[in-house]
Design a protein around this ligand. Structure first.
Ligand code: GDP
Length: 341
């Protein structure tokens, strides 16, 4: 508050605070677009303000114009429903041209890295989504170090980014770093298998790992609870660092805090995928039709698919990108600089 404010009586200050709040609201609303671009048209009382309350709006407009990108990796033994889940998550058909190998071809199979990119748009917001698939992981007879091509791929993306960042044209860097890795755990075992432990330990310092229990419709609720507990214990026991959901701000409302608690308690998410739409209770839903009933992918009583989708897309996408940039990439960068010096 400048000296001008000191001579104003308290009632007038209150009025002006209210006006100021309204002004901020108006400045943030699209209606004031014309006014923003023509400051000369501002009303008299609006001229009293510097206008930095519009900064969030400016950032918002700039990022919407630029668009967003997100790279998601999926890993886990073949047949665990990775492609089906990705299609269910983004309502696309990313795997039209996939060729499945027979048992003989898989004996000596090496892990491949396959990238699919789609541009999706929702309410004018553009998202360039890249799915990095890892077919062949855990499929061969000898799976020693089968995660190596995957760690190499992640390192290559960091290396490329590091080079681009140190180059001349830093403005238009294409960010191909992997922001999240969905790791599919089989529902048929009694917890993590050795290959799961080795995979996660090899990757946990390079990427945000989100473990998932695949094909959760194969288990009854008490079995799911038990398996989740077991996986959580093993993750702790083996010192695996999976993606940690950030702490919820204390000023968030109670409903949000409750959702956040439920999200944290549900990990590792037990998911179900389906490429078909079925009719349940008069409604058409994504689900799996069995002789004894329908499993609905988006029904929270049936699985954690909605929690996973909300976490990935609605609530934590930005945090996943921030952790990639501020923790995993920073680690890589620090190592590189150390080696150079
Ligand atoms: P991927 O090899 O890991 O990509 O697995 P796919 O997505 O190709 O799925 C392999 C098989 O499992 C297909 O027959 C799918 O229909 C089936 N499947 C996929 N998701 C689920 C699921 O959530 N539950 C069950 N029971 N089957 C599934």
């Amino acid at each position: 508050l400048g000296p001008r404010w000191l001579s104003i009586p308290p009632a007038a200050v209150m009025d002006s605070i209210i006006i100021q709040e309204r002004l901020v609201e108006r400045l943030l609303s699209p209606r004031t677009q014309a006014q923003r671009s023509h400051p000369a048209k501002l009303k008299d009382h609006e001229k009293q303000y510097v206008g930095f309350a519009t900064l969030p709006n400016q950032v918002h407009r700039k990022s919407v114009k630029k668009g967003f990108d997100f790279t998601l990796m999926v890993a886990g033994e073949s047949g665990l429903g990775k492609s089906t889940l990705v299609n269910s998550l983004f309502l696309t058909d990313l795997y039209k041209d996939r060729k499945l190998l027979n048992a003989e071809e898989r004996i000596n199979q090496t892990v491949e890295i396959v990238k699919h990119t789609v541009d999706i748009e929702e309410k004018g917001v553009k998202l360039k989504l890249t799915i990095v698939d890892t077919p062949g992981f855990g499929d061969a007879v000898n799976n020693t170090e089968c995660w190596k091509p995957i760690t190499d791929y992640i390192d290559q993306q960091f290396e490329q980014y590091f080079r681009d960042e140190s180059g001349l044209n830093r403005k238009n860097i294409q960010d191909n770093r992997v922001h999240c890795c969905l790791y599919f755990i089989s529902p048929f075992g009694h917890g993590l298998r050795p290959v799961d432990v080795e995979f996660m330990k090899a990757l946990h310092e390079k990427v945000n790992i989100v473990p998932l229990i695949a094909k959760a419709d194969c288990l009854i609720p008490s079995e799911i609870r038990k398996l989740k507990e077991r996986i959580r214990e093993e993750i702790d026991k083996f010192g695996i660092k999976v993606y940690q959901f950030p702490e919820c701000d204390s000023d968030e409302d109670e409903e949000f805090k409750q959702q956040d608690r439920e999200l944290k308690e549900s990990a590792p998410f037990a998911v179900i995928g389906s490429n078909t739409v079925v009719e349940a209770k008069g409604q058409r839903v994504r689900g799996r039709l069995y002789p004894w009933g329908i499993v609905e992918v988006e029904n929270q009583a049936h699985c954690d698919f909605v929690k996973l989708r909300n976490m990935l897309i609605r609530t934590h996408m930005h945090d996943l990108k921030d952790v990639t940039c501020d923790v995993h990439y920073e680690n890589y960068r620090a190592q590189c600089i150390q080696q150079m010096t």
